[in-house]
Design a binder for this molecule. Sequence first.
Ligand SMILES: [Zn+2]
Ligand SMILES: [Zn+2]
Length: 359
Amino acid sequence: MVEMMKAAVVHAFGAPLVIVELPVPEPGPGQVLVKIRASGVCHTDLHAADGDWPVKPRLPIIPGHEGVGFVVAVGEGVDNPRVGDCVGIAWLHSACGECDYCANGWETLCKCQTNTGYTQSGTFAEYTLADADYVVPIPDGSELVSVAPILCAGVTVYNGLKRTDARKGEWVAISGIGGLGHMAIQYAKLMGFKIAAVDVDDEKLAFASELGATIAINARSEDPGEVLQKRVGGVHGVLVTASSVRAYEQAYRMLRPGGTMTMIGLGSGALAVPIYDTVINAITIRGSVVGSRRIMREAMEFAAHGKIKAAIHAARLEDINAVFDRLRRGDFEGRFVLDFGGPDYASHADRDPPLHAWA
Ligand SMILES: [Zn+2]
Ligand SMILES: [Zn+2]
């Protein structure tokens, strides 16, 4: 067993991350040690490094919460997962398991939750510790670099789409075709929705059409609400992955009566909602954040056999500061994934029943 590992560490907010050698941690009771195979890079990691959210991480911190890898050691009392199992490590690092939220499948709202790469060391490292009860089983045969972004981006858009309450054959609009949006279109297609894509970038809209959007609207040259009301009578659901107040205002006007807007794009502004229209048209507006472990398994199942393909830009751990610069500029399609090298596909320790008996 190796004793030292490389990790990307935030020592000061707003400063570049530093690649350092650290001792490989030892799993305590209830924990597993995971050798990281790949880790997606999420905007939240930028916020961890910049310290610009109201609750800041305590420094130093290793960011990263879209990690997949293999269990290489287990702590006291851990029966599952086992050494050799392929697991994912997501934003929800652990929760209390006992409060009303946890008991009702809303562990993502648990007041006692800890978060990977924010309150706990994350996945921008060759090894990391995870809570055995909160790791995500990765279905056999999943391509590991590709499924890493499912752990945050994928589950967030999948849950957000479910929570628009739209049904098969109905219209959903996806506002913002970036790292989240391009995955949302693929999930929406598998879920049987008719899809409208809204963005301000023609290239991203062309990509959305390729992925299955039948209507693509550039919000810079057309009013998306007007277009969608005219063409399809408004959409049943709209998923907003963009973060600007303007995008949210436009999204509201895309809805048909009875429609639901799900907000997943984190912005800092405030949305003015017309009371009269909201009441008369029975409109629902809701926020949504990642997804429970059950939703995570569903999102993974969709992705397991290449049905959801994140547009991946592979990078190395040493490239993390350059990757952060690209994220700040937003001048790319898809998602960056740090590739640590290793097996290409998920596999598991021999057992009966298999770890992912749900698949
Ligand atoms: Zn994330
Ligand atoms: Zn709880």
